[in-house]
Structures are given as structure tokens and as C-alpha cells.
Design a protein around this ligand. Structure first.
Ligand SMILES: O=C(O)CCC(=O)C(=O)O
Length: 292
């Protein structure tokens, strides 16, 4: 993996940051900033009560499930002390991740940002940059490139499980969700490619070489969350720290989202049950969590 060159701090503005109005509502200022910028940071969304359930879920996953799970990917860069591990759709076999998704206030809070009448759960995604996975940078990408979905109301709610200084924090291109263009999927493992990628789509621009790019970032505390639109470009450096940089991302879909019978490999690879091109996505794999 090629480490990202750190950008000079003066070229990076801060992600708009809010304290939620209540456990289940981000508030109008947060929603307006999400619409405008395509990314916001919400402070203290998960308390230690839910964070400890998430840690137990990870423990169960690592000790009993990860090894036999096809969705679990471990990438170790040459010379790195630690690996970059990521896994999705854990809720299907892990009752503790299910508890967080179905019983916590997450759906209320994140659904309030999306402003939708119905909220479907799309998938869970665990990302652990183990200590010293220095070269495990995450390339510039839009989540939407990987999804077998149409629509604009898809959010990634990325909950920090550790304190994350700017050196290892995510970076976003402010407002990039509004261009309408979806670019080609790029693999997080630089030695891998997706089968049958949609080649009519352009490859993502290299924003690290674009001095004009409006890059925003934010340092996070354990329990804070970033909420971004699936079309917003983002990337992240590797982990140079001697401690874990972990996150649990919960991905939700709203009213305008329909199934895309995408040619080639999607990520997550799960396509739901009996979905048809342009039709609703509600099924066992993408259940409705809330209707308002
Ligand atoms: O944690 C990271 O480094 C990358 C996260 C990300 O890009 C994603 O969840 O889409």
C-alpha cells in the first residue's frame, strides 16, 4: 500500500460538528449542514453503555466468527506491524451487533439526519486499523460506487471506537455528493480489484494532488460519529499510532433508494432476497428499522 502524503493542515478545513439535540435527534442545524456539505460530525452519540456492547460484539466476532467469515478481509502492508481488518454484515450471525442495530437509539438519531419517512438498514461495517498498519491508507472513493442501489438517501454513520487524532482521521471532499457523478469502485486492498467493475464510470480523481480540493477533516473522540452521504468522496491515512483505530459503521437507506441490478461485483456482495431492478429494497437482508 502507498501511504498518503499528509496534506499541509492549512489546506484542510474542519468538518461541521454538532452535539445532537437529544439521543434520537441530531437537530435542524446538523441536518442542514449534512445536506450542504455531505458530511457532519456528531459528538458523543454512543455512551459507554452501548460502546461496551459493541466491544463485546467485536470480541465475539474476533474469537469465534472472523476466521470463517467470507466478508472478513485482513490486509497487511509490507513492513507494517499491524493489519487493516474490515468486515461487513456481521449482524446476521452476531447477536450483539444485532442488539446495537435493532435496540439502540442509532436508527432514530441517524434517521433524523436523513429526513426520510422509512429507514432501511443496509449493512454494518467494522473497520479496525490495528496498531502500526502505517501503509493501510484508504483510497479516495465514494461508497456509492460499490452499492447495488440507486438513490441519494444512503448514509454511512461511522462511530469512532477510539480517540482518533487528525493524523489518522478520515478526510472528505466537502459538497462532492452534489455533482451527480458516481465513479468506479477501487479496492481498499491495492493488490485486489473487483470483478467486472463498471468501466464506463471514471476512476476517482487524485484529490491529494489537487491543491484546490476542498478537503475537510476532524479529530474524534470514542463515541463520536461521522455521518456522510454515500456519494461524498473520502479517504484516510494509515495508522501510525501504537494503538487501535477502530470504527463501527452503520449504513442506512431512505425513501428514494431502490435496487440496482448492478453488473459485476458489488460490496457488500449480499443482494437481498428477490429484489428487482428499480424496485424497493425491503427484504430480510435490508429490513425496515423505522417508519415515521
Ligand atoms: O476507516 C477508514 O479508513 C475508511 C472508512 C471508509 O472509507 C468507509 O467506511 O467507507
Amino acid at each position: 500500500m502507498t501511504p498518503l502524503e499528509p496534506r499541509p493542515p492549512k489546506t484542510m478545513d474542519a468538518v461541521a460538528t454538532f452535539v445532537p439535540e437529544s439521543l434520537g435527534c441530531a437537530g435542524p442545524a446538523a441536518t442542514a449542514a449534512y445536506r450542504q456539505d455531505g458530511v457532519i460530525c456528531l459528538r458523543g452519540v454512543m455512551g459507554e453503555d452501548w460502546l461496551s456492547v459493541i466491544e463485546d460484539a467485536i470480541e465475539l466476532f474476533q474469537t469465534e466468527q472472523a476466521e470463517s467469515d467470507d466478508h472478513n478481509v485482513v490486509v497487511r502492508g509490507e513492513g507494517d506491524d499491524g493489519a487493516f481488518q474490515y468486515s461487513s454484515m456481521m449482524w446476521k450471525q452476531n447477536p450483539l451487533f444485532r442488539k446495537v442495530i435493532f435496540e439502540s437509539h442509532a436508527a432514530d438519531l441517524f434517521g433524523s439526519v436523513l429526513g426520510t419517512r422509512q429507514l432501511n438498514f443496509f449493512y454494518d461495517f467494522l473497520l479496525i486499523k490495528h496498531p502500526g498498519c502505517r501503509s493501510a491508507s484508504t483510497p479516495w472513493h465514494q461508497d456509492m460506487s460499490y452499492y447495488a442501489l440507486h438513490g441519494t438517501q444512503i448514509i454511512n454513520c461511522w462511530i469512532a471506537l477510539d480517540d482518533i487524532p487528525v493524523e489518522t482521521a478520515l478526510r472528505f471532499i466537502r459538497g462532492s455528493h452534489r455533482t451527480g457523478e458516481i465513479f468506479r469502485s477501487v479496492h481498499f486492498d491495492p493488490d485486489m480489484t473487483y470483478d467486472g467493475p463498471m468501466e464506463e464510470r471514471r476512476l476517482p480523481p487524485d484529490f491529494d494532488r489537487d491543491g484546490e480540493a476542498d478537503v475537510v477533516t476532524v479529530a474524534m473522540n470514542r463515541g463520536d460519529a461521522l455521518v456522510w452521504n454515500a456519494r461524498t468522496f473520502h479517504s484516510a491515512p494509515g495508522n501510525h499510532l501504537a494503538r487501535r483505530r477502530g470504527a463501527l459503521s452503520l449504513n442506512f437507506a431512505g425513501d428514494d433508494v431502490t435496487y440496482f441490478d448492478m453488473p459485476g461485483e458489488s460490496d457488500p456482495p449480499d443482494r437481498g432476497e428477490n429484489l428487482v431492478e428499480g424496485g424497493p429494497i425491503t427484504c430480510e437482508t435490508f429490513p425496515v428499522l423505522r417508519s415515521w
